[in-house]
Every structure is written in structure tokens, then in C-alpha cells.
Write a protein that binds this ligand. Structure first.
Ligand code: GLU
Length: 441
């Protein structure tokens, strides 16, 4: 039975791939791989204005990036046009459809819906679904310009391609009642349906580009890893039923089950995705991390060679702390360039207290004569300095970090000082103190 399961991802390419859309691809893929079935890619390219070759390429690119490999050739909907129109004729001949002149623009072909009874089906995610026939309406299947409408093309392709399970967003639930009647009219078995819950924002409204990044390309650009995005999107509407969240592809394929899919809306949580991405970055093999790291430095116009050597040591510190690659250049500029940007918030929070310039000067004076600049030595020195002023260590640590890196977060402070070296550390402490006194920071 399993090998006969055929699913398809049937996007209408528009140039940008929405996460809701690709989540449908992910669920189709997971289910097909779980049951050892077939995962088809059908490009619903009937909207010739939007389905340009570029839009189709953007879609394929996105599928490849996420390693959503499909089985067999790509199926293009427009190639089936003649067949779609033939079948519409057949429905007309059988009296299951009729012609009507809509708005004086020519004749459309209209499919006849039942006038009584109920249309019902069991949704693999939403459970039993039904609609009274009297609440449905006849609908156009061929437009007056002779082009087949989505409903007809979509159902016919599913029949021709032997699709057994239709997994798609629940914005299609209403269409499903129409489609079921089309399958029946055409004497074809009605496939199983799984309608995936809507992806919503924190307010429970459909997640859109106004809520933040909504297209796969944007996540890619911002330095999210495809495996992290895949993992996160797989959990929007599905959970393995235990506490697992970080899962490999194989684990997800194994555990995937419609019985564990939720019908309630799935909230898109950027912070969780970012956390997950950080976990994936931390586990990346170093060469992969390094390649992306370098690419980001290049694009930011930063040299690849640090000011003070210690590149591997920096990578050891940075890799487990990186949440997205987009953050990298700003997070590391202090290490690669003499002039580094200061984060406004960090400056306001850590450097604007009245005594800060003096405190930075004290630190420079204490660190200057040290015999070595190891993290242990600098830590002992700053600890002693804080004690001698009856102050907490944190009172020194935070301003020093912002002074020498421009950032509130990063590797441990004493590792940071060692990475920078004595000369640069002292210069930066004094420079920052001077700028604060001048009021230029
Ligand atoms: N082209 C339709 C869409 O992208 C297909 C829906 C379906 O999967 O049947 O919404």
C-alpha cells in the first residue's frame, strides 16, 4: 500500500515563496518519505503573467536550497491545457456542466453543484468536515477566454497524476467541497485530504510580510540555515509527540504522522526560529561555518585576517554564539578592523554613567604593566581593581566590553581582551574614555 501513496506540492509560482507555501511542501515531502511514497512537484503555471521563468526558477531554487527533492520530472500544468478543455467538453456533454454568458464577455463553462444533501469528507488533520449542498454554488471551470480555471486544472491533474493524498494549506478547505464533486463527476476516486493549519502572528492573525520576514528568500539572505528553517517549519502544525524539537531529517521522516498534526493555527515565532538556527550553526562542521563567515566578512568589506591573529580562537568563541549569519559582521567587526561600530543601546546602557571614563582609565592603568595578557591574568587584575573600589566585578566588565568591542554581547570579556592583545585593548579603553569625556559617543 505504502508505495502507492502519491502526493504533490502544487505551487503557483509568483517569484517569492511564502513560508506557508513551503511548509506545505515540507509536509508533503515528510509524508511521502515516511511512507516510502512518491512526492511530485507540479508547477501550477496557469497564471502566465506571474508564472514567469524567473518565478519558476526562484521556486526551484528554494526547493533545492531546502533539499526538498521531488520524484520524477517537474510537471507543468499548462502542458495539460488541451486535456483540461477536453474534459470540460465531456462534462458539458454529460450535462454535469453548462454554458452561461457572464457579463456579456462570452460564454463560460459552469460546473453544476448538487442542490441538496451534504458534501462530507474526513480530513486527516481537521477531522470530519461537511457542508450543506444548498450552501454551495455552481462555479466556473472554463473562463470566457477559453482558459481552464484552477479548480478544474487542479483536480484533473490530481487524477491524471494518480495523487492519493492532497496536503495543502487550510485556505483551500472551501475549494475542497467543490473539488470532491468534480472528482465524483469525473468518476475518479476522491483522494484523502490533509489541510494544514494557518500560520499566524502573535495576535492570531494570518502571518504576513508585515509581521517580519515571510518569504524563504529573506530567511536565506539573513543567514538562516536551510536545515534549521526546515526543522522549524516542520513543527508549525506538527509535533513528534515527545519533547523533541531539534531533529534531523531522518528523525522527522520517521516520526511524521498526521495523527500528531494540529488543526489549530500555528504561531510563527521568530525568536524560536532564531534560537533553533543558533543551535544548527553551533553544530555545523567548522569548514562550513568558516566559509559562510568569510563570505559575510567579504560582503561587509571587512578583512578576513584579524588584527591580532587568533582567528581559530575567535571562531571557537563565535560559532556557538552566532544566531544568524547576518549578525556576524556587526558582531565581529571589532576583531577585524581598527574602527568598529558602537551599538547605540549598548553605549546608552553601559557607558553613559558619569564615572565611566575614569573607570576605563583605571582599567587601562591596571592592565598596562601586566607581565602576560592571558585571560587568567586580566581577570585577576580587574577583579582586584573592583575589590579595591569596593565595587562588583560587573561594574567594570560591562563598560570594558562595550568600550573595546562596541557591543554588549560576545565572547567572555577576558578571552576578548586576549584576542585583541594588550596594545589594542589599552588604546581602545583610552580612546573610548576620551570620546565619552568629549561627549562624542
Ligand atoms: N496552486 C495552488 C496553491 O498554491 C495549489 C493548491 C493545492 O495544493 O491543491 O495554492
Amino acid at each position: 500500500m505504502a508505495e502507492n501513496i502519491r502526493v504533490r506540492f502544487a505551487p503557483s509560482p509568483t517569484g517569492k515563496v511564502h513560508i506557508g507555501n513551503i511548509r506545505a511542501a515540507i509536509f508533503n515531502w515528510l509524508y511521502a518519505r515516511h511512507v516510502g511514497g512518491t512526492f511530485l512537484l507540479r508547477v501550477e503555471d496557469t497564471d502566465l503573467e506571474r508564472s514567469t521563468p524567473e518565478a519558476i526558477e526562484a521556486l526551484l531554487d528554494c526547493m533545492r536550497w531546502l533539499r526538498l527533492d521531488w520524484d520524477g520530472e517537474i510537471l507543468y500544468q499548462t502542458s495539460q491545457r488541451a486535456h483540461h478543455l477536453e474534459v470540460a467538453e465531456e462534462l458539458l456533454r454529460k450535462g454535469l456542466a453548462y454554458k452561461e454568458n457572464k457579463g456579456g464577455q462570452g460564454e463560460c463553462v459552469i460546473f453544476r453543484m448538487p442542490k441538496e444533501g451534504v458534501i462530507e469528507y474526513d480530513d486527516l488533520v481537521k477531522g470530519h468536515m461537511k457542508k450543506k449542498a444548498k450552501d454551495t454554488q455552481d462555479f466556473v471551470i472554463v473562463r470566457s477566454d477559453g482558459s481552464p480555471v484552477f479548480h478544474l486544472a487542479n483536480v484533473l491533474d490530481d487524477i491524471t497524476q494518480g495523487v492519493t493524498h492532497i496536503i495543502r494549506g487550510d485556505d483551500h478547505v472551501e475549494n475542497t467541497f467543490k473539488h470532491i464533486m468534480l472528482f465524483r463527476a469525473l468518476g475518479a476516486p476522491v483522494p484523502r485530504y490533509a489541510h494544514l493549519p494557518m500560520i499566524v502572528n502573535a495576535a492570531g492573525k494570518p502571518y504576513s510580510k508585515r509581521d517580519g520576514s515571510a518569504f524563504v528568500g529573506e530567511f536565506r539572505e539573513q543567514g538562516y540555515l536551510p536545515d534549521a528553517l526546515f526543522n522549524y517549519l516542520a513543527l508549525l502544525g506538527w509535533a513528534p509527540g515527545d519533547d523533541r524539537e531539534l531533529m534531523t531529517r531522518d528523525e522527522m521522516v520517521q516520526a511524521f504522522d498526521f495523527a500528531k498534526c494540529k488543526a489549530s493555527p500555528a504561531r510563527f515565532d521568530m525568536r524560536k526560529l532564531t534560537w533553533m538556527n543558533g543551535e544548527y550553526i553551533a553544530r555545523q562542521p567548522r569548514p562550513a561555518f568558516e566559509a559562510e563567515f568569510d563570505a559575510r566578512l567579504d560582503r561587509a568589506g571587512l578583512p578576513r585576517t584579524p588584527l591580532n591573529g587568533h582567528r581559530d580562537a575567535l571562531l571557537d568563541q563565535i560559532q556557538p554564539r552566532t544566531k544568524t549569519y547576518a549578525d556576524l559582521p556587526a558582531n565581529c567587526a571589532w576583531f577585524f578592523a581598527e574602527t568598529y561600530p558602537f551599538d547605540d543601546k549598548a553605549v546608552a546602557k553601559r557607558l553613559h554613567a558619569p564615572g565611566t571614563p575614569d573607570l576605563l582609565d583605571q582599567a587601562a592603568a591596571a592592565l598596562g604593566p601586566l607581565p602576560d595578557f592571558s585571560p587568567q591574568t586580566t581577570e585577576a587584575t580587574i577583579t582586584a581593581l573592583a575589590e579595591s573600589h569596593a565595587a562588583k566585578l560587573a561594574l567594570y566588565v560591562h563598560p570594558i566590553r562595550v568600550a573595546v568591542t562596541g557591543r554588549a554581547e560576545g565572547p567572555g570579556l577576558f578571552e576578548t581582551l586576549w584576542l585583541l592583545g594588550r596594545e589594542r585593548t589599552l588604546a581602545r579603553l583610552r580612546d573610548t574614555a576620551a570620546k565619552l569625556r568629549e561627549g562624542t559617543l
